[in-house]
Design a protein around this ligand. Structure first.
Ligand SMILES: [Fe+2]
Length: 471
């Protein structure tokens, strides 16, 4: 006998208790609240034959994007596969997805989850897995369209609809449809205020549009919804820090780093990479961050050579370079060179993006800015293939521009800054950096004009503490 969850999706169990626990775990995961693993472990302790429980558990480890999670992913998948004959087609689809991921084919895994959604468009767990998979693969358009596919089968009467809208909002944002993204994100939150993914989608809109005051207001006015006890809070704090960084408020950025983004030691890959990405942005601006790099580099060293996902490699390399760890940087590059011969999705992503990016960061650390420029110009336009969001990958453009400035390539820096001011004319950082490029070219009057634009965009207290390197 099969039961159906509250969205009408079949679950091959006769235990109402097991299904209830799965519903709880699913809702915790949708809102990134602790602790879906504990919830599903309780279900499996009571009912070891609960096949969807094993599939759910495999998915949890799969999306952690960590090598250390692989044994538990394998254990859960094998437990599910041992029950395959009692499973339904939907559950066998989940197994196929987890199996593809475990074998290193991340694209296949996402498509398998997506296949489940063709037959079961209300399988919100499959949708979340596919959505996060698209994020890890940098498939911006599919972040939008894979969610759009299921929308005809959802409405406000179906439990969890707000979360579906939150995912759609993020996909719209990553597809540069900012107006629709914001409206959809706000609609999601009207239904489900404590959805940190929808909060995040709107925060991204504000980041991309350079609405710095709006972004600060957006996040700080609703911290009670997204921050307490939330596994995703570090990333929304990171977004708040980005707005302050653009305003030159580096003391506030470091305060957010210490209190919210990296309040304690953590070896969680996604938390580490946000920490590194923020410190690197400060590094590019010449800000002294004290011993923060050392703590991060210490954490990366034992795990760097065996990363599961090359987006993490870039951030490990930043830590090694900024902390002057040349040996660790060399070992990381050697590991990446070995990996690209091995195949799998991560091997391909490493070859196409991860390796050249890490070489570029290493060259930056050595002061070989010309090499950084050459490498990043080539890789920048395909960098989405190693995953992340536009806002995260912007660190590549910022590194490229800083390298161009330091290599006295004023015309290139001027051109790259023109890209940015066209897209985001309200960013003080963009105008201050434009001024540096113009200075380099000897265009003093235009440089003064650009500096004046930046000053006009800065709050008074921020304009007094702007911290930029004048090359
Ligand atoms: Fe983000």
């Amino acid at each position: 006998m099969a039961l159906h969850d509250k969205r009408g999706v079949p679950v091959s169990t006769e235990s109402r208790e097991s299904l209830d626990r799965l519903e709880t775990a699913t809702e915790l995961l949708l809102g990134y609240f602790a602790d879906p693993l504990a919830a599903i472990d309780e279900a499996l302790a009571e009912n070891p034959a609960f096949v969807m429980g094993h599939c759910f558990r495999a998915g949890l480890f799969l999306i952690s994007s960590e090598r250390g999670a692989e044994p538990e992913l394998r254990r859960s998948l094998e437990a599910a596969e041992a029950l395959a004959r009692k499973a339904n087609d939907r559950e066998r689809g989940h197994m196929a997805a987890a199996r593809a991921w475990l074998e290193g084919d991340f694209h296949e895994a996402v498509e398998r989850y997506s296949s489940v959604l063709i037959d079961h468009p209300r399988d919100i767990f499959a949708l979340q897995m596919a959505h996060l998979g698209d994020f890890f693969l940098g498939q911006s358009v599919m972040l939008r369209d894979r969610v759009a596919r299921v929308l005809p089968d959802w409405d406000e009467a179906v439990p969890g609809f707000g979360y579906v809208l939150g995912m759609h909002a993020f996909g719209l944002e990553e597809s540069n449809q900012y107006g629709r993204a914001e409206a959809t994100g706000r609609r999601a939150l009207a239904l489900m205020p404590r959805d940190p993914w929808a909060v995040h989608a709107v925060a991204h809109v504000m980041e991309m549009q350079g609405r710095l005051a709006d972004g600060i207001e957006w996040l700080t006015s609703r911290t009670d919804d997204w921050a307490p006890e939330n596994m995703f809070a570090f990333h929304n704090w990171w977004h708040l820090a980005l707005y302050h960084l653009d305003l030159g408020q580096t003391d506030r950025v470091l305060q957010l780093y210490d209190e919210a983004i990296r309040p304690k030691h953590s070896a969680v890959a996604l938390e580490m990479l946000d920490a590194a990405a923020l410190l690197w942005r400060l590094h590019l601006r010449g800000v002294d961050v004290g011993n923060r790099w050392a703590e991060l580099a210490d954490t990366y060293e034992p795990m760097a050579e065996d990363a599961y996902y090359t987006f993490n490699d870039m951030h490990a390399m930043m830590a090694f370079v900024a902390d002057g760890r040349e040996e660790a940087a060399k070992r990381l590059l050697a590991a990446l060179e070995r990996r690209i011969t091995g195949g799998g999705t991560n091997g391909v992503m490493t070859r196409e993006v991860g390796l050249p990016v890490c070489r570029a960061i290493q060259a930056f650390g050595k002061g070989d800015y010309a090499t950084t420029v050459d490498l990043l110009l080539l890789v920048r336009t395909i960098a989405h293939r190693f995953g992340g969001s536009h806002a995260q990958r912007d660190v590549l453009s910022q590194t490229l521009i800083e390298a161009a400035l330091r290599d006295n390539q004023g015309r290139l820096a001027r051109a790259l800054m023109a890209e940015r001011t066209d897209l985001k004319p309200t960013s003080p950082y963009n105008w201050l950096t434009t001024a540096r490029a113009l200075d380099l070219l000897g265009h003093r009057i235009e440089a003064n004009r650009a500096n004046a634009k930046a000053a006009a965009l800065l709050p008074r207290q921020a304009s007094e503490s702007v911290n930029v390197v004048m090359a």
